[in-house]
Design a protein around this ligand. Structure first.
Ligand code: C5P
Length: 229
């Protein structure tokens, strides 16, 4: 794959901080992720500006609503020029189909979150979901693929078993990546970049190891040397 596989999570509380980091990075070497906090404070103008600067933007808003509402939100994301966006697979088949229809293949990548990694067995029981987290992740990834979406977000530790069962072109996007020298921050189950790629990940979402570094571009370059582009 001759394209950046690192997606830098811009987990900032202002457009200024996000643009300041973007100015230190290179769109040929990484992509950027805008999540709920940053989008809520900075909105579509920031996304458009990052795109104007040449960055591919993953809009991580995890849409989950009735099909027509999700469809319109996805269409709006296409219109502001995002490269990738996501929805919750738990929204179900009709919602996933509606999202796909709003994001025709080739316009932007459309992926789904299966189960939030913050949910354990007790949480599943609380909401009445049957099965263990692994089974549910697999079922939701399968549903996502059958509805024609482009991939799922998953932990690098789950990537191996998903890769075996899903189509080769189905994208696995994995957060929770750390280099050995990094602090874990609040992540519990982490993988190194090379393990994630070996397990079949296509894109790695990496936040604090890059955003909090003294020289962010150097960290991106170092990471790119560990994974084949
Ligand atoms: O700073 P760090 O590398 O931990 O950031 C990881 C990014 O990936 C954050 O934006 C976080 O919200 C996101 N993420 C995650 N775990 C998931 C899904 C998303 O860490 N299961």
């Amino acid at each position: 794959m001759k394209e950046p596989r690192i997606i830098v999570a811009l987990d900032f509380s202002s457009a200024e901080q996000a643009l300041n980091l973007a100015a230190q990075l290179d769109p040929k070497l990484c992509r950027l992720k805008v999540g709920k906090e940053l989008f809520t404070v900075a909105g579509p103008n920031l996304v458009k500006q990052l795109a104007r600067e040449g960055f591919d933007v993953f809009l991580d808003l995890k849409f989950h609503d009735i099909p027509s509402t999700v469809s319109k939100a996805c269409k709006a994301a296409v219109d502001i020029g995002v490269w990738m966006m996501n929805v919750h697979a738990l929204g179900g088949k009709k919602m996933l189909f509606a999202a796909r229809e709003a994001v025709p293949p080739g316009t932007a990548k459309l992926i789904a979150v299966t189960l939030l990694t913050s949910m354990n067995q007790d949480d599943l029981n609380d909401v009445g979901l049957q099965g263990d987290p692994k089974q549910i992740v697999m079922r939701l990834a399968d549903l996502t693929q059958n509805c024609g979406l482009d991939g799922v977000v998953c932990s690098a530790l789950e990537a191996g078993s998903l890769r075996q069962k899903l189509n080769p072109g189905f994208n696995l996007v994995t957060p929770g990546i750390r280099l050995e020298e990094n602090s874990l921050d609040d992540q519990k189950r982490v993988s190194s970049p090379s393990t994630a790629i070996k397990n079949g990940a296509d894109y790695l979402v990496i936040g604090r190891p890059i955003t909090q570094a003294q020289y962010p571009l150097q960290v991106v370059q170092q990471l790119n040397q560990l994974i084949p582009m």
